[in-house]
Design a protein around this ligand. Structure first.
Ligand SMILES: Cc1cc2nc3c(=O)[nH]c(=O)nc-3n(C[C@H](O)[C@H](O)[C@H](O)COP(=O)(O)O)c2cc1C
Length: 174
């Protein structure tokens, strides 16, 4: 199967996973900035991955619209929250995938936060989010999880986290 990994990455995590995936599948990879419809028309399988911003993936709708119904689409999201936060991840999946109106397998890869390589505005947004959570007296478990994830720069990405994804893709499973 002719596959390509497309990524949109602000601080490098989704790009790192794209590289691991393209190496494992021996397939091409391209950043979303370099993509146009001609780049992907000859691929049977498109894998799209990006960081998460406020529970959403960057520009997934745009990528989905470029892909026709015969091409298989897989999506992965890189975020700061723990990979065991299943309820939060399931909400992110529903937010991002249901509106596409097609069957799209979704995977979450725990990545991290890199305040040093983040743009000024995003850094301010995250710091403000962290401070307001810190002040809140009664936090939901989701808020506790988010606070833990945003506290400081960290890198929790792991190459072996893609193993199940790669096995499923090779077997044509979700
Ligand atoms: C404004 C903003 C909002 C974010 N919201 C979330 C979020 O809702 N859930 C999450 O897990 N991570 C969130 N993050 C963290 C990023 O998704 C995380 O750092 C990711 O690894 C970035 O990937 P990238 O380096 O490929 O862009 C947010 C980051 C920013 C800047």
């Amino acid at each position: 199967m002719n596959s390509i990994v497309i990524y949109k990455s602000k601080t490098g995590f989704a790009k790192k996973y794209a590289k691991w995936i393209s190496d494992a599948l021996s397939c091409d990879m391209i950043s979303l900035e370099d993509l146009n419809k001609n780049n992907i028309k000859n691929y049977d399988m498109i894998i799209y991955g990006s960081g998460i911003m406020a529970g959403q993936l960057y520009q997934l709708d745009k990528v989905s619209k470029m892909i026709d119904s015969k091409q298989r689409l897989y999506v992965y999201a890189c975020g700061a929250i723990d990979k065991d936060a299943k309820d939060i991840i399931s909400k992110i999946k529903d937010n991002c995938i249901l509106k596409l109106g097609r069957d799209v397998p979704f995977y979450y890869f725990q990545a991290g936060v890199n305040y040093e390589s983040m743009g000024f505005i995003y850094k301010q947004m995250l710091k403000a989010m962290y401070k307001s959570l810190l002040k809140k007296e009664e936090k939901t478990s989701e808020e506790e999880e988010m606070m833990k994830a945003l506290k400081e720069s960290h890198d929790a990405s792991k190459q072996t986290d893609i193993d199940e994804f790669i096995t499923n893709i090779k077997q044509g499973l979700n």
